[in-house]
Ligand binder design. Sequence first.
Ligand SMILES: [Zn+2]
Length: 117
Amino acid sequence: MGSHTNLKRRVMVALRKAGCLVTSYNGSIAGVLDLFICTPSGRYAELDIKVGRDKLSKLQQHRIKTVEASGGLAAEVRSVRDAMTALHLTCPNCGGATRAASGCMECPACGWSACEV
Ligand SMILES: [Zn+2]
């Protein structure tokens, strides 16, 4: 079907448009997620694209906890919106676009800040 590849491509386009550095990982290290990202605020992130009944493996769940424990962001995403929200590129309060300020993603519309979560 290629829907995984298609969604991955759409997520990569949206993240790059929002100012992220995005690298697609096509290697074979078990448990590593699909995308390596640096957000506009300098935060490290990994995302795993899932479609249909596909779900995270035990190793991937562990990887997400490990990335988060190091101060990064990591998540399973099933849509472009999931990805934008997971990386704080879309404001969870008002849905507006955020911007990098003082090493953090902030919403100019409502004042929400990822650093105060
Ligand atoms: Zn907002």
